[in-house]
Ligand binder design. Structure first.
Ligand SMILES: Nc1nc2c(c(=O)[nH]1)N[C@H]1C(S)=C(S)[C@@H](COP(=O)(O)O)O[C@H]1N2
Ligand SMILES: [Mo]
Length: 168
């Protein structure tokens, strides 16, 4: 079969449409911060870009170093009014962060694990790798936690971050 000029144009048009929709889906995707917070948040990449930035270099699962751009998780939680810093004591130490992805994967960090008054390890909510938005299947948001020796809590495709109470 010969590809006519018309068919060629149709193929190009189709690619453009699919491309536009996937780019739109990435930039419009939101991340919820909810649960034991003062102010629940719904964030897009654009919103996150207005937060204090924490650029970090970290090795991926294959040992390859990448430059990630993102916001320290505690900065996001602070914005939502989570009990961190001076407020992270007593029963508040029984609170944890449950992060859920669009594929159903879930991981947990305790509040103390992300509070800079407790630890020098950083847990970053990343939205760019090597200067580009995280690819589909990984982004728009993922955790980068170079303090973890295993990558299992580097959760990809984050949909929500919920603060919960483990106390009876
Ligand atoms: N949403 C989601 N994130 C995930 C996983 C998953 O199954 N789903 N697997 C984890 C595991 S076990 C590892 S080792 C790393 C691997 O990250 P990579 O796929 O970017 O190499 O992703 C983590 N994040
Ligand atoms: Mo893994």
């Amino acid at each position: 079969m010969q590809i006519t000029d018309f068919m060629y144009k149709q193929i190009i048009a189709l690619f453009l449409i699919v491309f536009t929709f996937t780019v739109h889906a990435q930039t419009a995707a939101t991340l919820k911060v909810e649960g034991e917070v003062q102010t629940p948040l719904t964030l897009t990449i654009k919103d996150l870009a207005t937060f204090k930035n924490t650029p970090i270099k970290a090795k991926d699962r294959d040992g390859k170093e990448h430059s990630y751009t993102g916001v320290a998780l505690h900065e996001v939680l602070q914005q939502a009014g989570v009990t961190l810093g001076g407020q992270l004591r007593g029963e508040n130490l029984a609170k944890y962060i449950r992060i859920k992805a669009t594929d159903g994967y879930e991981v947990v960090y305790s509040l103390a694990e992300v509070d800079p008054e407790f630890t020098d390890k950083v847990v970053v909510l990343a939205y760019e790798v090597d200067g580009k938005p995280l690819p589909i299947g990984e982004g728009p948001f993922r955790i980068v936690a170079p303090g973890d020796k295993k990558h299992a809590r580097w959760i990809r495709q984050i949909a929500s971050i919920k603060i919960l109470f483990a106390k009876d």
